[in-house]
Ligand binder design. Structure first.
Ligand code: FAD
Length: 515
C-alpha cells in the first residue's frame, strides 16, 4: 500500500520553524483547504527561541510575499528596517579608514559584461562597489531603497531587512495560524517513537500525548532533538576554518528618537573577531562575535564596551555560545533538519535565515508524494544542502584570508593555509588570473552567494586579478557605458530617495501600496 505524505510536523517555533511551516503551508494551501494535507508546528511553552538573528537577505521579501504577509504589517510589528548590504570596517589593514561595502545590487550589466577587469585596469580613484553599483553612496547617505509610492516588496534599489527576531517569530505565528491554517501545539517533546524501518512514527509530548506524522522537520534549534538526539546524525565541526565560537549581544538605545537608521549592517573587525551593529527603528542590536581561543570573556566584554561607549556600561550583554559546523546529513529517514538544528556558522553574512528559506522552499516544491519516493528526494536535498554549506564556509572564510592584519594571533592564525578549504584555495589561485563572474563555476540554480558577492569582497579587500589590457579592448566601450550609467543612476537615486527614518515614518502612517 502506498504510504502518502500528508501530515507534516514541524518541531520548534523559532524563525526557522515558523518560516518553514509558512512556506510549506502557503505552497500547499489547496490541499490543506481540501483536508488532504496538514502542517502542525509543536513548540515548547518554556524553552525560549534564540531571539537573535537580525540581518537577512533579499530572499526574505519573496518568502514573505509568497506566504501572503503584508509588508506594511511586517514593518509595523517586527521593528523592521531596510538593509542594503554590509560595510566591513577594519578587515583589511585595521586602519581607521579601512572599509568596503558588500551591497545587495549586482554590478551593472552583470549578466552581459564583467566590469571587474575594466575597473581593475583603471579604477579612476573609485572603489569597486562605487564604480559598479549605487549602493555605497545610498548607504553612506542613510537612504531608503524605495519611496512610499513603491508597492509592497517592490524596490528601487535591492534590499533585505533588519528585524527584531523576538518579534518576528510571534508575528509569523499569528500569520501562519490565522491565514495559512497551520496547527499550533504548545508542548514539550520528551521522546520519540520509531517505526520498524527507523523512521520517526511520532513525537511524545508532556502535555498533549503522542503526535504522529509522515514527515518531521527538526527546527528545534541547537537542541537538534530529532536529527541529533533521536536519529544520531553526527555533527561536523568547522572550527578549524572559522574560529569564532561565542557572541556577546546587547541592545543599545538611540541617542534620540529621530536618530538616523543605518541602511546597512556595520561589521567592524576587532582583535579576536568582529562586532555587528544593526540599526532597527527603535534601537540598535550590537554584538561581538569572537574566538574564545584568542580572547577571554573579560577581554571580549571590554572590547564590546569600548565599541558601544562607557555610557552603556550598565547593560549586561548576553553570551551565546556558537558551535561552528553542520550535520553530516540533513535529511535522514523521514526527518529533515532546518535552521540551527542543521548547523550554524558565525553570522558574518547573515547566511542562516536565507538558508532556512532556501531549504523550506526546496522542500515545499519537492514535497514527496509518498514514503516510497522520500529517499530519492532526501538524497537530492542532502546533495544541494551540502553544496550550500560548503559554499557558505568558503565565502565566510574569504573575508578572513584576504586580511593584511598581523596585529593579533586571531588574524595571523586566520591566514594559515591549513585553515583554508581546498576549493577556496584553488579559487583564489584562479582569480589571480581571471575575475570571478556570472559564468564562473557557480553553477547551481540558486546560489546563496553569487559570483557578484565574491567580487565585492575580493576587490573591496584589495585582491588583485592580473588584467591584460589588450583582452579588454573589445568590451572597453561597453564597460565605460555601464559605468557611466551607474553614475547617472546613483545621482538619480540619491535625489529621489528619502532617508530610512522618513520612509519608515510614512509606512507607519500611510502604509505601502499592497500588490
Ligand atoms: C549570535 C547569533 C547571531 C545571529 N545573527 C543572525 C543574522 O544576523 N542573520 C541570520 O540569518 N541568522 C542569524 N543567526 C541565526 C538565527 O538566529 C537562527 O538561524 C534563527 O533564529 C533560527 O533559529 P531556530 O528557529 O533554528 O532555533 P530557535 O530560535 O532556537 O528555536 C528553537 C525552537 O525549538 C523549540 N524546542 C526546543 N526544544 C524543544 C522541546 N523539547 N520540545 C518542544 N520544542 C522544543 C523551542 O521552544 C523553540 O521554539 C544568529 C545566531 C546567533 C547565535
Amino acid at each position: 500500500m502506498v504510504q502518502q505524505v500528508s501530515r507534516v510536523v514541524v518541531v520548534g517555533g523559532g524563525t526557522a520553524g515558523w518560516l518553514t511551516a509558512g512556506i510549506i503551508a502557503a505552497r500547499h494551501q489547496g490541499r490543506i483547504k481540501a483536508g488532504e494535507f496538514s502542517v502542525t508546528l509543536i513548540e515548547s511553552p518554556d524553552i525560549k527561541i534564540i531571539g537573535v538573528g537580525e540581518g537577512t537577505w533579499p530572499t526574505l521579501r519573496t518568502s514573505l510575499q509568497r506566504m501572503g504577509v503584508s509588508e506594511t504589517e511586517f514593518f509595523r510589528e517586527c521593528d523592521a528596517a531596510f538593509k542594503q548590504g554590509a560595510r566591513f570596517a577594519r578587515w583589511t589593514t585595521g586602519a581607521e579608514d579601512d572599509g568596503y561595502y558588500h551591497p545587495l545590487m549586482i554590478p551593472q550589466g552583470f549578466t552581459q559584461l564583467n566590469l571587474a577587469p575594466h575597473w581593475l585596469g583603471d579604477p579612476q580613484g573609485r572603489t569597486f562597489c562605487e564604480a559598479v553599483c549605487p549602493q555605497q553612496q545610498l548607504c553612506d547617505a542613510g537612504l531608503a531603497p524605495k519611496t512610499i509610492t513603491t508597492p509592497e516588496y517592490g524596490a528601487i534599489a535591492n534590499y533585505a531587512y533588519h528585524l527584531d527576531a523576538g518579534k518576528f517569530a510571534p508575528f509569523l505565528q499569528r500569520h501562519c495560524t490565522q491565514k495559512l491554517a497551520v496547527n499550533h501545539v504548545l508542548a514539550d517533546i520528551t521522546s520519540v517513537k520509531h517505526a520498524e524501518c527507523g523512521d520517526i512514527a511520532c513525537v511524545v509530548t508532556r502535555q498533549c500525548g503522542e503526535i504522529a506524522g509522515d514527515l518531521f522537520i527538526d527546527c528545534s534549534g541547537f537542541a537538534a532533538l530529532l536529527i541529533g538526539k533521536a536519529l544520531g546524525v553526527p555533527f561536523k565541526d568547522c572550527s578549524s576554518i572559522l574560529f569564532c565560537d561565542a557572541a556577546l549581544a546587547v541592545q543599545i538605545p538611540y541617542e534620540s528618537p529621530d536618530a538616523p537608521i543605518a541602511s546597512h549592517t556595520i561589521s567592524t573587525a576587532q582583535a579576536a573577531g568582529w562586532i555587528w551593529d544593526i540599526g532597527l527603528p527603535t534601537r540598535r542590536g550590537v554584538g561581538y562575535v569572537y574566538s574564545t581561543r584568542h580572547a577571554s570573556d573579560e577581554e571580549a566584554h571590554a572590547t564590546l564596551l569600548r565599541y558601544v561607549g562607557e555610557r552603556h556600561s550598565h547593560l549586561t550583554p548576553r553570551k551565546i555560545p556558537i558551535r561552528s559546523g553542520h550535520r553530516t546529513t540533513f535529511w535522514k529517514n523521514n526527518c529533515v533538519a532546518i535552521g540551527l538544528a542543521s548547523g550554524f556558522l558565525e553570522p558574518l553574512e547573515s547566511s542562516a535565515i536565507v538558508l532556512v528559506e532556501m531549504s523550506a522552499k526546496w522542500l515545499s516544491e519537492q514535497m514527496p508524494a509518498c514514503r516510497e519516493v522520500m529517499d530519492i528526494i532526501a538524497a537530492r536535498f542532502n546533495d544541494v544542502t551540502h553544496y550550500r554549506w560548503g559554499r557558505i564556509i568558503d565565502f565566510l572564510k574569504l573575508h578572513y584570508v584576504l586580511t593584511q592584519r598581523t596585529d593579533s594571533a586571531f588574524w595571523r592564525d586566520n591566514v594559515d593555509p591549513q585553515s583554508v578549504p581546498d576549493r577556496l584555495r584553488d579559487l583564489l589561485k584562479l582569480w589571480q588570473y581571471q575575475a570571478p563572474w556570472f559564468f564562473d563555476e557557480f553553477d547551481r540554480l540558486e546560489e546563496v552567494f553569487p559570483a557578484a558577492s565574491y567580487q565585492y569582497v575580493l576587490y573591496g579587500m584589495g585582491f588583485r586579478t592580473q588584467v591584460e589590457p589588450a583582452a579588454l579592448a573589445d568590451t572597453r566601450s561597453g564597460a565605460a557605458k555601464l559605468m557611466n550609467d551607474n553614475v547617472a543612476m546613483t545621482r538619480r537615486m540619491c535625489a529621489q530617495l528619502p532617508t530610512n527614518r522618513e520612509l519608515l515614518a510614512k509606512i507607519y502612517q500611510y502604509g505601502l501600496q499592497p500588490i
